[in-house]
Ligand binder design. Sequence first.
Ligand SMILES: [Cu+2]
Length: 155
Amino acid sequence: MTKVLLTLSLAAVLFAGSTTTRAEEVAEITLTADKIQFIYDIKEFTVKAGQKVKLTLINPADSVTRQPHNILIVKPGKKDVVGMAANNGMADPTFLTTKQAVPDSEEILHHSKLVQAGEQDTLEFTAPTEPGEYPYLCTYPGHWAIMNGVMKVVE
Ligand SMILES: [Cu+2]
């Protein structure tokens, strides 16, 4: 009888442990913009579907280009559409100020502000529940074609 109870309680502890690790663990990701090129230091990262994500973009204080950067996470396959919309955004005089270089597009899931050299911005969001490859890109004019990467969402 004692042995059965002991086995049951051990199973309960193991079960509780595994659920807390999976569902409540926050994925903390930090991307740093390059000092010279218009690229992020990380080309891809992986999160779990439905996981809480804390994503920080750092623009280094010793940036040589002094370029501002942002980060947008978009729907699968929509990097080019959003990038082109950013190119067109330049016609809008508020694009780099009020809009923070974020184009009007329904394909954008999350975005940061424009981060100046020596600053950073953190996005907190819940990862999509649908697994897939979600592109991220910087929509400061002229950057997105190379300043991009992929957030992989897995089960
Ligand atoms: Cu950029």
